[in-house]
Design a protein around this ligand. Sequence first.
Ligand SMILES: [Zn+2]
Length: 505
Amino acid sequence: MGKQERTAVSPRRDEDYPEWYQQVVKVSDLAENSPVRGCMVIKPWGYALWENMKEILDAMFKATGVKNAYFPVFIPIRFLEKEAEHVEGFAKECAVVTHHRLESAEGGGLVPAGPLEEPLIVRPTSETIIGESFSKWVSSYRDLPLLINQWCNVVRWEMRTRIFMRTSEFLWQEGHTAHADSREAMQRTLQMLDVYETFVKEALALPVIKGEKTPSERFPGAVNTYCLEAMMQDRKALQAGTSHFLGQNFAKASGIMFQSAKERQEYAWTTSWGVSTRLIGAIIMAHSDDDGLVLPPVIASAHVVLLPIAKKAADRSRVMEVTRALARELGAVRYRHRRITVEIDDRDTGGRGWDWIKKGIPLRVEIGPRDIAQGAVMLGRRDRGPKDKESIGRDAFPKKIVSILDEIQQALFDRALRFRRAHTVSIDAKDAFYDFFTPRRIKRPEIHGGFSLSHWCGSAQCEAKVKEDLGVTIRCIALDAQDERGSCIVCGKPSARRVVFAKAY
Ligand SMILES: [Zn+2]
């Protein structure tokens, strides 16, 4: 084997993928673990990603008539109890507030005091508390549809955590709508799934499969759950957005009733849909490389860093002058939902170029006396190798930056799509299916599997068997899956179409 080139992140993806992920989060300065187990501190470089996602999504939601509101972080336990499946789904991971003040303990320190008459849970999701408000806001069919979203944090007490992917507290948005009839509620469920698909493809440069969950993978209390599934570079699936058709389950639990046009009292039909800071984990896992983070330009924390080079003191003021003028010019250029964001790094250190590569900034621009004399700058793109730089005209650069960023955005999407296609196979034989998901050669820590498009008879037993044997689940039944007769990969019984099997986060 040839000598491996040294990479900025160690270990490499093919050496230890989970550890590589942790190192990318660290060297890119996105976030860190907090003193509270399972919670994260999102640092400015990471929070900027969330702000950009929020800004784009928020505008997309509002364009469909959705309005923002805010509901309490505390939910009375009796609210959760109203929907049997819902409580079962979330009971195991609830943080519960039982006291409302602190007292000095005898031996020093503080202890909780003043037990609450009714303990409160910290919201793991808000169907029940929002349902309570909806029941008061809706009385006639004229009050419908009700289209509400909230941006907030939620708490789910996770035992095994990983920054952005699975944390006890995370940030998200949850949309909640109520409708007068089933058809309209289903349309809204699918409409929001489409919004997520557009966003994830165009802003995050992530190709996704749009599909429906099997009954065992549904949101607790939902009638149908729809999802987007993306492939990470270890070939596992990551859910990049869900939209739930809740039927009348939550309307009955919360008493959301209205008088219909025919003057009958009816229960409303509701939906809920959400994406979270998990999407930051998706970007890291789908796009980044052995030199660190790679950010899609549309949501990048900043677009370009200017690196003035003045080894001689005499050059310094001229170089800084040109740098600042270029920063002003670039900052006036509009790119998608905002203006070009420019960083200037004038630290006098050799490693600063690598720092920005690790942080995933799309463009690095070096400006030295020789470049200035030639009316040019040196441009490095994060979607290309670290040494692959090109000279570009100083005056032309601000005019070209939008198309360069678009090119990078497209290149990341195309690369992710090629990767998914390369690791998506149709498997019909049970042995081949088991081989696909089982590491055989243990000499090299290879990453196995991917997406297998295989037949499934529809039984929960067959689904459970695969999960138990291989840790593989049905990610979704793709909405565009073709009707095709086949036999179930597990039991051999007839099946009408292929479904997407994969290991998942
Ligand atoms: Zn079967």
